[in-house]
Structures are given as structure tokens and as C-alpha cells.
Design a protein around this ligand. Structure first.
Ligand code: 5AD
Ligand code: SF4
Length: 426
């Protein structure tokens, strides 16, 4: 989501006739789009700000700005105090004010008028064939470890017509694949006056209805979305996984396999409910690839609790997991109510155990693709090799030509590694 916000910011800069540079020492404006999800992400912003403060000593007119999650959650100003030489510090939704603020600091920068809602700013993307589409920002869920509801505020859903107009415009400009974004994407809610087609088969879940509408857009080839919450994976959303443009992959965060920890995390689902959802998904789509997010070493997680996560992992046979060591975030409920009492070494040990398990499972699963054909959207070409993702979000490499970038081709798999499958075009 931050990447998609950065694309909006880039388009604002372009409207102001500014051009980008890879060299910070050449810049008149440096804007950092911060992430707060873990401490390490915020630490990076502190260290960049110290680096840029040195640049500012040599170039006093340089404007340094910080947006994203840090300003959003910094209610008492403590985070800003730790940053050096930052001129502007504002949450993402205020990005529409950026042209005015920049022109006040540097009159050579021309202000422009923007719509009031920052989500209406059209993102700038370098590649035309893939795009993010934000459906929703903010979150009402308050998982106890998570900073998002503080950083991004309460859930705000975009109207259906804005989403459809954005996607149609992308497709008219050659977009083949969209990734729908939301903190709880399957909880996207339509507005009262949003009108779905009469033929739309879904009656309960607005997100499923939206997926159907998007499936009707000609020339759009692939639809992907992230991240859903297990409690909103109802029958309709599971059924919508069978729609033709839907990728054959779902990323469904579980966070832990232990019921005591899930309760402490305020996840509102159990180990059993999660397994039931995976079972239903596989009944509809037996060969779907599944990914998840896991946090290890949450407050009071014992070795025994952790074994429940291992067993859930084995049972779900995940293709990929983004596993994180729990990082205490100031202001969250876990910070207020619990003690971060699992040692770093123990967090690391649990992280490595899961990582090993993931590598074993994924290699076995990837080998099932040998001698099969997969469809690949080519997104890179380097040293005679094309690269792209299959519909299962497996990374595929094969010998090809640069003009295949942006095209969908069939590839026969001849070799399978952990993170890359190699093949030849058929
Ligand atoms: N510590 C570690 N990981 C976290 N995540 C969210 N908050 C924390 C935290 N405090 C992880 C969750 C989430 C992903 C985006 O980041 O697994 O799904
Ligand atoms: Fe954070 Fe939970 Fe909301 Fe996801 S659902 S953004 S983990 S509070």
C-alpha cells in the first residue's frame, strides 16, 4: 500500500514538473514514505534522516519531508523529535497539501490544485501492464500487535464507480494485471448508492460482487488481491476465487496457529476456523497456491504454543510465508497490556524453524510443476532471460527476448528450485 501511495506522490511531483533523480545530492526535495509495521522499518527512516541532515548542511535549500505511517501514528510528537532536519512531517492523507507546502518553502516549485481525497490522485506507474488499485485504507480490526489502525486511521472504502473507472482507465492504457489493495480487502464495503450489475451472482459480500464486476472488464487478464482476513472469507469470496481472471493464488494471513496467542492478538479467528477456510478454498480450487503471514515470539508465546503454529503450517502446506519476529510497537494494545517477553534469540530460533519448514514444503510443491505448462506475465528481461510470475505467483525464468516484457506466454517447466522455476517458452 505504501508503494501505491508512493506512485501517487510521484504523479504529484510530475504534475509540478519535477523530475526524479537517483542521487540524493542532486535533489531539491527528498520525501521519505515511511512504514511503521516493525521497528526496523522506522529505524531506517531515522538513519536516512541523519544522512540527509548532513546533505542539508551543504545545501540549505534542500527540503526533506516524511510522510506515511510514522507521522500518522506520532500523536505525541516523540517520533518527529528523533528525526533530524525534517521540514515537513505529515500523514499520507495530507499528501494533497504537498504542492502548496513545497511552493511555500521553495517558490520555484509551482503549486497545483488537487482533489480533496488523496485516493483520487492517479498513481504513476513505470510499467503499464501491472498496477495496484487501492480499494480501502485504514483498519478497524485492532489486532493487538498492529500499528496500522493508529497510523492509517479507521477503515475508509472507495466508491465502486471510482474503482471501476480507475481499472477501466488502466486497462485502456494496456494494463493486464491488477492487484487490489486493502488492509482487510475482503471487508471492502460498497456505498449505499453503489450500483452493481443485475447479472451479478453474489448477493451478500460486496467484495465478491466487486470481483465479479472486475471480471467483466474486457482485456483485463489477471486479478490479484491482498490481504484478506480469515473471518471475512465467506462462501461468496471463496466462490469468487473460481472467477476466470482470478490468479490461482491467495495470501491469507494467519499470524499464529495457537488459540491462546490468537486470542491475545485479537485475531477473532481460531486455529480450527482457519483450517476450515483453507479446506473450503481447496475444495473449490484444489491446485491453488496459498501464502500467509506469521508472527513468531508474540508476548507469552511458549515453545508448546509455537508447535501449534508448526502443525498448522504443515497442515495448510503453504507455498510461502512472510514470517516476522514480533516487534513491540508503541501505542498498540499489546504494548499497553502485555510484556514482550520472548527473547530475541528465541524469536530467531522459531523464525529459522519456520523458514526451514517453508523451504522444504515449497521445494516439494514446486517440483509438481515439472513438465507442466504455466502461464507467465513477463515483467523483466536481463542477460537473455525473461522473468515473470505464473498465475500461482511462482517466479518463472526462461530464455527469451526483450519484446516479451508485458506479454503473457506459456512456459514449460524443466527445473524447479525453491524460489525460481526455470522453463522454456512453448
Ligand atoms: N511485529 C511483527 N510483525 C508484525 N506485523 C504486523 N505488526 C507486527 C509487529 N508488531 C506483520 C503481520 C502482518 C504483516 C503485514 O506484518 O504478520 O500481517
Ligand atoms: Fe493490522 Fe490486524 Fe488491521 Fe491487518 S487486520 S491491518 S494486522 S489491525
Amino acid at each position: 500500500m505504501n508503494k501505491n501511495d508512493s506512485e501517487r506522490i510521484e504523479s504529484i511531483f510530475q504534475s509540478m514538473n519535477m523530475i526524479s533523480t537517483d542521487k540524493p545530492e542532486d535533489a531539491d526535495v527528498i520525501l521519505m514514505n515511511s512504514c511503521s509495521i516493525r521497528e526496523s522499518a522506522e529505524d531506517r527512516i531515522y538513519s536516512f534522516s541523519h544522512k540527509f541532515a548532513k546533505l542539508k548542511e551543504k545545501k540549505p535549500n534542500l527540503i526533506v519531508a516524511v510522510t506515511g505511517c510514522m507521522p500518522g501514528r506520532d500523536k505525541d510528537g516523540k517520533l518527529r523529535k528523533r528525526l533530524k532536519a525534517v521540514d515537513l512531517f505529515f500523514p499520507t492523507k495530507d499528501v494533497i497539501m504537498l504542492p502548496r507546502w513545497l511552493s511555500e518553502l521553495n517558490p520555484e516549485l509551482r503549486p497545483i490544485d488537487l482533489e480533496e481525497d488523496y485516493l483520487s490522485v492517479k498513481p504513476y506507474t513505470k510499467t503499464k501492464f501491472q498496477a495496484f488499485v487501492t480499494l480501502q485504507t485504514g483498519c478497524n480490526q485492532f489486532c493487538t500487535y498492529c500499528v496500522v489502525p493508529y497510523a492509517r486511521g479507521m477503515e475508509i472504502n472507495r466508491p465502486l464507480k471510482n474503482i471501476l473507472a480507475e481499472v477501466k482507465n488502466l486497462v485502456d492504457n494496456g494494463c493486464l494485471e491488477i492487484t487490489l489493495l486493502g488492509q482487510i480487502v475482503n471487508h471492502w464495503l460498497a456505498k449505499k448508492d453503489d450500483k452493481f450489475s443485475k447479472e451479478n451472482p453474489y448477493k451478500q459480500n460486496d467484495f465478491a460482487k466487486l470481483l465479479w464486476e472486475l471480471n467483466q472488464i474486457e482485456r483485463l487478464e489477471r486479478i490479484h488481491w491482498t490481504a484478506p482476513h480469515p473471518i471475512y472469507m465467506d462462501e461468496e469470496v471463496i466462490d469468487a476465487l473460481t472467477l476466470p481472471k482470478q490468479l490461482n493464488f491467495i495470501h491469507l494471513p494467519v499470524q499464529s496457529g495457537n488459540n491462546k496467542i490468537l486470542k491475545k492478538m485479537n485475531r477473532k479467528h481460531t486455529h480450527e476456523l482457519y483450517l476450515e477456510k483453507i479446506k473450503k478454498i481447496r475444495e473449490k480450487k484444489p491446485d491453488i497456491a496459498i501464502g500467509t503471514d506469521i508472527i513468531v515470539g508474540f508476548c507469552d508465546e511458549t515453545e508448546e504454543d509455537f508447535t501449534d503454529t508448526i502443525s498448522l503450517y504443515q497442515e495448510c502446506d503453504f507455498d510461502i510465508s512472510y514470517t516476522a519476529k514480533y516487534s513491540n510497537r508503541s501505542g498498540t494494545l499489546a504494548d499497553k497490556l502485555f510484556i514482550d517477553n520472548v527473547t530475541q534469540d528465541e524469536k530467531k530460533r522459531r523464525w529459522f524453524l519456520l523458514q526451514q519448514l517453508m523451504e522444504d514444503i515449497v521445494l516439494r510443491k514446486n517440483q509438481t510443476y515439472l513438465n507442466k505448462n504455466v502461464s507467465v506475465l513477463v515483467d523483466t528481461f536481463k542477460n537473455g532471460m525473461c522473468g515473470g510470475n505464473s498465475r500461482e505467483m511462482k517466479r518463472i525464468n526462461f530464455p527469451g527476448q526483450p519484446d516479451l516484457v508485458g506479454k503473457i506466454v506459456n512456459v514449460a517447466i524443466i527445473e524447479a528450485g525453491h524460489w525460481i522455476l526455470w522453463g522454456k517458452m512453448v
